[in-house]
Design a protein around this ligand. Sequence first.
Ligand code: TRP
Length: 339
Amino acid sequence: MVQFSKDKKTIFSGAQPTGNLHIGNYLGALRNWALLQNDYNCIYCVVDMHAITVRQVPAELRKRSLETLARYMACGIDPEKVIFFIQSHVPEHAQLSWVLNCSTMFGELSRMTQFKDKTARHADNVNAGLFTYPVLMAADILLYNADLVPVGDDQKQHLELARDVAGRFNAAYSPTFTLPEPYILKTSSRIMSLTDPTKKMSKSDTNTQSWVSLLDTRDDIIKKFKRAVTDSGSEIRADAERPGITNLINIYSSFSGKSVEETEKEFEGKGYGDFKAAVGEVCADALGKIRENFDSFMNDRAQLDRIITEGAQAAEAIARKTISKVYRKIGFYSPEAKK
Ligand code: TRP
C-alpha cells in the first residue's frame, strides 16, 4: 500500500481515457506526472466519468481506461508511490459532485470556455453533464484536499472554479476544503506542429504528419522529423523568429535531457538534415522503450487489475473521510454520528 508522508504536499491530477496520445502530451503531462512522484504525495485518476460527457463506445471506453493506466505506468508512474485509480471505482466522486453542484452557480458554469467550445462541437448532445463537468472536477480535487494541481492552459479556468466553490463552501459551513493551487510545470515547453510550427501539436489535426503518436513506428517517427517544416536559414539555433527549428531543438532537448544551449553546441556547423535525423532517433528510442513497457503491462491483466483495485481502496480511504465530514456539515442525518 502507498505510504504518504505528512511533510509532503498533495498533488492531484486526472487523465482522460483517450486513445492515441502524441509527444506533446508525453512531454507536457505524462512524463511530468512521473517526475513529481518522489517529491509529492501524488493521487492520479483516470477520469472515465468525465469521459461520458461526450458519447463513448462502451467497449472502447473500457479498453482505453485500462490502456491509459498502462500507458502512465509505461512512462514511469510507480503504483507503489502513487495512488492511481479509475474515477468510477470511488463513488465519493459522484457524491461530492452533487453536493458541490449545490454550491456552484449557473452563471459561473455558463462562463466556462470549454463548455462553450464543446457545445459548439457536440451540438447534438449538449447534456447537463457537459455543463457540470467542472463541478465533478472540483470534487476530484477537493475530496483529497489537494494542495497542487498540474494543469495546462485549457484547465486553468476549471481549477479557478474549484477554488471558488471550495471557498464558498468553507464560508457557508466552516473550513473544510483546502484551496488548490495550480502547479506550473517548469520543464515543459510547448510542442508545436511539425507541419506548421506556429500551431500547437494537436491530435485533432487531420494531417498526421504534423504530430508524432506514442504508437508510431520507428520508421514513421524518423520520416516525420525528416519532413518537418523548418525555416529559411541553416543554423541549429533557437530563436523566436524561427519557430520550426526552435520546436525541433525543444523536442531534442526534452528527449535527450540536454539543455537548449548544449544542443546548439552539439550541432554547431551541422545542417538541418543531420539534426532532423538526430531528433528522430532520440524520439524513436524513447518511444520504443515506452511501447515495450506498455505491452508488458497490458499483457499482465492480473497485475493491472490488482493495481487498480488497490489504488481505488487507497483513494476511497481518504475520500470516505471527506464525504463523512461534508455530509455532517451540510446536515445529512446519520444514525452512526455521535450525538
Ligand atoms: N478535465 C481534465 C482534462 O480534461 C481532466 C481532469 C478531471 C482533471 N479531473 C481533474 C485534471 C482533476 C486535474 C484535476 O484534462
